[in-house]
Design a protein around this ligand. Structure first.
Ligand code: PRX
Length: 631
C-alpha cells in the first residue's frame, strides 16, 4: 500500500482515476473486514448519496487494535506526554490499549450505551480520551468529540443537535499554567440537555467538582465493575462512526458525519503514505483530538497502521518555548506533524530554545490547518529538519476525513508553501465563479473535487439538505471546498485561503456569522460585522466592527464585556483580536454589508476600496477609516 517512488505515485494516480473501484478495492484489502463488500462505490453528487464498500462489515477498532496484538502487542501504541514535564510520561502498548478500550467499552454498556447512540466527549488530551473514542467505536456508538476550548452553550447546542445520551468528561484539563474546569462547563451545558442520561467523569486535575446523583459517575469507579472482554460490534461500512462539528459561513456549526469503512481506509492509507511511516518509528501529531486532525492522524490513521502515536497534553510554549524540542529529544520523534501557527509562534523566540536540543531523530515534518508562509516553511526546514526532512504541507478539511493534496514524504519533490499534488484517488479541479473548469497550468480558481473518495463526509447530522446546499449546490456535480487555489506552471497546487465567510484563526475554523451572532448577543450591541485580517502568528486575526453599543462605563470596559460575551457564547477561541466601535456599517441599498471594504480597512489598506457609490451612506466609510487609523 505504500508508495516509494514518484513513478509509482504516477502509476497509482493514473489507475485511481481510470479505475477508482479497482484501485480502492485493492487498497481496502490491506484492512480487516468481517465480511467483504459487494460493490466498492455507488454515488451521485446531486442528492448527494455516496456509499463505499457497500455490504461490507467491520469494526474499526479491530483494525486499530486486535489485528496488531499477535505480532505487535508489546509495541507502544500511545505515548502520552503530560502538560507538566516533571511528571512521568505514560506508554500504552497495543495490548494495554486494547484491554483498556474493551474495559471502558463495557463501562459504556453498563451505563446504557448501545450501537447507534450518540456520545459527547469533552476531555483533556490524555490517553483516556483516545480510549473513550475507541470504546465508542468498539460498541458502535457514535462519538462527537468537542474541543476543550468551547463554551457550555456551544457544547449544549452540539449535544442537543445530535441528541447525545451520554457525556464523557474529566474534572479538568491543564493547558500550560492554566487549568480548565471541564466538569463545571459540562454542568452548565447539561442544564439545557434533556437527552443526556449519564455523565462519566475522569479524575485528572483533582479539583473539586459537583457529582449529581443518578447522572454523574466516576470513570475510576466504573472500570472496577466490569471486565476487559468486549467483542467488537459488527458495523456496516456505511454505519456512522462519528460526528464532528465544524463552522461554516452560516451561524450554526454543522455536524459532519463520517462512516466506518471508507473513513478507516482513507485515514489509514493516507497516514501510511503521506508520512512514509516505517515500522518502529515514533510519530507525533501536535493537534488536539477535538479537531479532525486528531481523529484521523493521532487516533485512527496511526493506530490502524500499528504506529506509535504521541499524545501531548500541553502547549508549545510551556514551561518554555523549548517544549516541542524537548519532546522530540526525549521520545526520539521521527515525524513531527504540526500547524503553521505553532511554527510561527516558536520561530518568534529565535534560536535560543533550540540550543543543545538533539533533533537528529526527525525524518519527516508535516504542516496542516492553514497556509504556511514561505518564511515559516524555511525555518521549519532549516532549523528543525536541518534540510534533510521533507515537509509535507497537507491540505484537507474536516469534511474530507483525510489528507487530499500533499506531498508524499520521500517521494514528491516539495516546494515552499505548496501542498503540491493530489493523492491517488483525489481529482481536484479549479473552477471560475460560474463553475466552468479552468484548465491548464499557471491558473487560479475555486477548488472543487469532482470524484468521490472513501473518506468524504456523507451528510451533516440531522440535516442532509444542509450538506447538499453547502457542498454540492454551488457547482453542479462537484464537491466545493470553500478554498481558493493556485495551480502553478508545474501543476502544483497552492491553497490561498477561504473564499467564503469562514476564518482560519490559528488553524481553527470559525465562521464570521457565528462570531457576529455572539457579539450581537451582548445586551448593548445592535449590529456588528466581522472580518479576518492578516496576523503574524495566528495567520488570521478577528476584526469586529461594532455599531456604537450602549455603553456601560467606558468604551474599554464595554469591549471587554463583549469579549466575555463571545467567550460565553462560543468559547475563548472566537474572541475578536480587535473591536472598533463605529456609527454605521458600509451597506448596499439592499442592506447587504460590503465586507470587501471592511476587509481592506482591517488589512490597513485603504488605498483602493473600489466602487463605494452603491453604498447607502458612502460617508460612513471615511468615518470607519478615520476611526481605524486611531485604533
Ligand atoms: O482553508 C483550508 C485550511 O483549513 C480548512 C479546513 O479546516 P478544518 O476543517 O478545520 O480542518 C483543518 C485540518 C485539516 C481548509 O478549507 N487548510 C487546511 N490545511 C491547509 C489549509 N490551508 C492551506 N494549506 C493547508 N495545508
Amino acid at each position: 500500500m505504500q508508495i516509494t517512488s514518484f513513478e509509482q505515485y504516477e502509476e497509482n494516480y493514473k489507475k485511481s482515476v481510470e479505475n477508482p473501484e479497482q484501485f480502492w478495492g485493492e487498497v481496502a484489502q490491506n484492512f480487516q473486514w468481517r465480511k467483504p463488500w459487494f460493490k466498492v462505490l455507488s454515488w451521485n453528487f446531486k442528492d448527494p448519496e455516496i456509499k463505499w464498500f457497500e455490504g461490507a462489515k467491520l469494526n474499526i477498532t479491530e483494525n486499530c487494535l486486535d489485528r496488531h496484538l499477535a505480532t505487535n502487542g508489546d509495541k507502544p501504541a500511545i505515548i502520552w506526554e503530560p502538560n507538566n514535564p516533571d511528571e512521568e510520561s505514560v506508554t500504552l502498548t497495543y495490548k494495554m490499549l486494547h484491554e483498556r478500550v474493551c474495559r471502558f467499552a463495557n463501562v459504556l454498556k453498563r451505563n446504557g450505551a448501545k450501537k447507534g447512540d450518540r456520545i459527547c466527549i469533552y476531555m483533556p488530551m490524555v490517553p483516556e480520551l483516545a480510549i473513550a473514542v475507541l470504546a465508542c467505536a468498539r460498541i458502535g456508538a457514535v462519538h462527537s468529540v468537542i474541543f476543550g476550548g468551547f463554551s457550555a452553550k456551544s457544547i449544549a447546542d452540539r449535544i442537543n443537535d445530535s441528541q447525545c445520551k451520554l457525556v464523557i468528561t474529566a474534572d479538568g484539563a491543564y493547558r500550560g499554567n492554566k487549568q480548565i474546569p471541564l466538569k463545571d462547563v459540562i454542568d452548565d451545558a447539561l442544564i439545557g440537555c434533556a437527552t443526556v442520561e449519564k455523565c462519566i467523569v475522569l479524575t485528572h486535575v483533582r479539583t473539586p467538582v459537583s457529582m449529581l446523583k443518578g447522572r454523574d459517575v466516576w470513570w475510576e469507579d466504573e472500570v472496577k465493575h466490569v471486565n476487559d472482554i468486549c467483542d467488537a460490534e459488527e458495523m456496516d461500512a456505511e454505519d456512522m462512526l462519528f460526528i464532528l462539528y465544524t463552522s461554516g459561513s452560516t451561524g450554526k456549526p454543522k455536524g459532519v458525519v463520517h462512516t466506518c469503512g471508507g473513513y478507516m481506509v482513507y485515514a489509514g492509507y493516507t497516514f501510511a503514505n503521506v508520512f512514509n511511516y516505517q515500522p518502529g518509528e515514533v510519530y507525533f501529531c501536535t493537534a488536539d483530538i477535538g479537531w479532525i486532525t486528531g481523529h484521523s492522524y493521532i487516533v485512527y490513521g496511526p493506530l490502524s497502521q500499528g504506529a506509535t502515536s504521541v499524545l501531548f497534553e500541553g502547549i508549545p510554549t510551556y514551561p518554555s518555548p523549548s517544549r516541542f524540542w524537548d519532546i522530540v529529544e526525549k521520545h526520539k520523534i521521527n515525524t513531527l506533524y504540526t500547524a503553521p501557527t505553532a511554527i510561527r509562534s516558536l520561530m518568534s523566540f529565535g534560536e535560543e530554545p533550540l540550543n543543545g536540543k538533539d533533533l537528529s531523530s526527525i525524518r519527516v515534518l508535516g504542516s496542516v490547518g492553514e497556509p504556511i508562509n514561505e518564511e515559516a516553511w524555511h525555518w521549519f526546514d532549516e532549523k528543525i529538519g536541518h534540510g534533510k526532512a521533507p515537509i509535507v504541507d497537507t491540505w484537507w478539511q474536516t469534511e474530507t476525513g483525510g489528507i487530499m493534496i500533499s506531498p508524499i514524504a520521500t517521494v514528491t519533490k516539495t516546494k515552499p508553501s505548496f501542498a503540491t499534488l493530489p493523492l491517488p484517488g483525489i481529482q481536484p479541479i479549479l473552477v471560475d465563479e460560474n463553475g466552468n473548469e479552468i484548465e491548464g497550468n499557471g491558473v487560479s480558481g475555486n477548488l472543487c473535487i469532482k470524484f468521490p473518495w472513501p473518506g468524504m463526509l456523507r451528510t451533516t447530522y440531522g440535516d442532509h439538505e444542509r450538506c447538499k446546499q453547502t457542498y454540492f449546490s454551488t457547482y453542479e456535480n462537484l464537491y466545493f471546498t470553500g478554498d481558493g487555489c493556485l495551480r502553478d506552471e508545474d501543476g502544483y497546487y497552492r491553497i490561498t485561503g477561504r473564499v467564503d465567510d469562514v476564518l482560519n484563526v490559528s488553524g481553527h475554523r470559525i465562521g464570521t456569522a457565528e462570531v457576529e451572532n455572539a457579539i450581537n448577543m451582548h445586551a448593548g450591541v445592535v449590529e456588528s460585522a466581522v472580518v479576518g485580517y492578516p496576523h503574524d502568528v495566528k495567520g488570521q486575526g478577528i476584526y469586529a466592527f461594532v455599531i456604537n453599543p450602549e455603553m456601560h462605563g467606558e468604551a474599554d470596559l464595554t469591549k471587554k464585556d463583549i469579549l466575555q460575551t463571545v467567550t460565553r457564547v462560543i468559547g475563548a477561541i472566537a474572541k475578536p483580536d480587535k473591536i472598533l466601535f463605529v456609527s454605521g456599517l458600509p451597506k448596499t441599498r439592499s442592506g447587504k454589508i460590503m465586507r470587501r471594504i471592511l476587509r481592506k480597512i482591517a488589512e490597513g489598506d485603504t488605498t483602493n476600496l473600489g466602487d463605494t457609490s452603491t453604498l447607502l451612506d458612502p460617508a460612513v466609510v471615511d468615518e470607519i477609516i478615520e476611526a481605524s487609523k486611531k485604533y
